[in-house]
Design a protein around this ligand. Structure first.
Ligand code: FES
Length: 130
């Protein structure tokens, strides 16, 4: 079985999506958020798996990591880059890189490969079967 055909869809010049910023685009009737996380780009479907809310319009913030040390002390730290998005409708949170729901890792937003080439950001979109 062969891999599905894909095509690149230009989103914007890389300079137009600054670190911490996003661009929400329509591709083949699908709304997709493209995020500059500072150390790379990621793209997720703008459809929350809870009730279909516009998740890509939500706040993006660093994730809080907590570690219990020997003796019970809890040390908290923040992820180096903002990588967690909260849906503006009911607050479900997702990893922007993987689309995984933080509260329920069995649920995830659809993700799309991002290609940076010659100063532009592209989405790699699989062709739909006809
Ligand atoms: S629709 Fe996104 S949290 Fe409910």
């Amino acid at each position: 079985m062969s891999a599905p055909a894909t095509r690149l869809v230009r989103v914007a010049p890389t300079a137009d999506i600054a670190p911490g910023e996003r661009r929400i685009v329509e591709v083949d009737g699908r709304s997709i958020g493209v995020f500059n996380l500072g150390d790379g780009f990621s793209a997720i479907a703008n459809v929350c798996v809870h009730q279909g809310g516009p998740v890509c319009w939500g706040r993006v913030e660093p994730r809080v990591h907590a570690e219990v040390m020997p003796g019970g002390e809890v040390r908290e730290s923040l992820s180096p880059a903002p990588d967690t998005i909260a849906c503006p409708w009911h607050g479900w949170e997702y990893d922007v890189r993987t689309g995984t729901c933080l509260a329920n890792p069995r649920k995830a937003l659809r993700t799309f490969p991002v290609v940076v080439r010659d100063g532009d950001v592209y989405l790699e979109i699989a062709e739909r079967a006809s």
